[in-house]
Design a protein around this ligand. Sequence first.
Ligand code: NAP
Length: 478
Amino acid sequence: MQLFIDGNWQDGSLQKTKKVENPATGESVAQVAQAETEDTTRAIEAAQTAFPRWRELELQSRVELLHRVAHLLEEKADKLAKIMTIEQGKPLAEAKSEILTGAENFRFNAEEARRIYGETIPAPNKHVYIVKKEPIGVVAAITPWNFPMGMATRKLAPALAAGNTVILKPSSETPLSALALFEIFEEAGFPRGVVNLLLGNSSEIGKALTASDIVRKLTFTGSTAVGQKLYQESGETLKKISLELGGHAPFIVFSDANLESAADGLVAAKFRNNGQVCVSPNRIFVAKEIEQEFTKLVLERVRNLQVGNGLREGVNVGPLIREDAIHKINRQLKDAAEKGADILIGGERLLDGEGNEKGNFYAPTVLTGVTEQMRIFHEETFGPVIPIISFVSDDEVVKLANDSEFGLASYFYTESLERVEEISNALEYGMVGVNDIAISHPETPFGGVKHSGFGRENGHFGIEEYLNVKFVALKYRT
Ligand code: NAP
């Protein structure tokens, strides 16, 4: 499977390929081309050449192309979902919902393209002050493996809607969904050079993208460590940059919460994509007086989860992406157990079950007695683990919840109006779910603070990231 540069499918210049593995079976499912610096340079030049024509294209034509992508994603959703489950592992229903969200991302931004409003500013007599919004130029997007379609569409849809041309570098773990998206761009009839796809050695491609003065914007979703590196590298060429990085979400259950609803929310949010989600609840703070009752409700739900190959009917938790994810979880749990935590369920790799012996399966895990002294309190887990920490007062839990270098998502459950206002103000996070875990929608701003990065995706905030502001001062009589 090949790179897509300047409207053509092609091999990388060194003719190398890399295999893609199914994390549920360990089988090789595809061989994909690998780009080097030379291919990256060609993609940058193609995007640069295509930019003037794309920005000048009639708005209606651009809007129609974006709607066509949405339509094709919907039409092919079942086939694309299967591709995603095979390369990434998530259950088929989750994969299909991600494809449909990808379609929504294109629809929303097709509509948003019509609303890139400028401003006029009160000016002295005989003057007009105009603010225009313009596309930035060539945009590079680097995306992770956990939401291969969600992340790519969340970046490319607004970038294209704003009139930019793009280069996508998806994760080497999950290139097949990106390849399928580019087949859709081709089928939709995008002009050559407007969308370009590079697969391959990430640090080499990343360096070539960040070093280029032609690339004027870099948008990245992935780990904080790689985000910091790209931020530094982009400093040389002073690019506009957005970083959606790691998270370590607190999930707080106050004593006045609806406990059934909180337990449903926690288990749904935690085991979505097997916990491999930047907004996954990672530190579960539960008021001491309801801890036993709440933990019982959580355990009842966790026992009902079916772990296995995401293609199988009834499975709601798939494999982890790589074997080293299993070792990371084991390390965190060992450390927690040594420091006094109790593992109530799970805590080990799952080898039994139909065909599970070859995949990266992990038993859904719940532990109590977690404290600030444990690694799991501070490190992003990215796996199916619920660590419960008990608390006594509101002040104490806010302090504990904010005790993290990350600041992406946070959640709390309460029936108190006063708490809703006070706690949502006090949490140092970009997003707060109050009695709700659904915090990501095409219409609403998604992003973090602190080491979770900066910039916002989705909503009208999302498209602003791909626009420059130009001020025109006009004196119409001299
Ligand atoms: P990652 O290792 O940082 O990789 C992300 C992307 O960066 C991949 O395409 C990867 O390519 C590429 N990459 C790696 N090293 C690079 C380098 N030196 N230069 C340029 N590109 C480089 O992250 P991941 O393991 O895929 O994803 C998990 C992380 O993403 C978690 O920390 C999670 O919290 C975060 N995340 C954040 C959000 C958000 O919206 N805030 C959403 C989803 C995930 P290769 O795979 O080919 O190396």
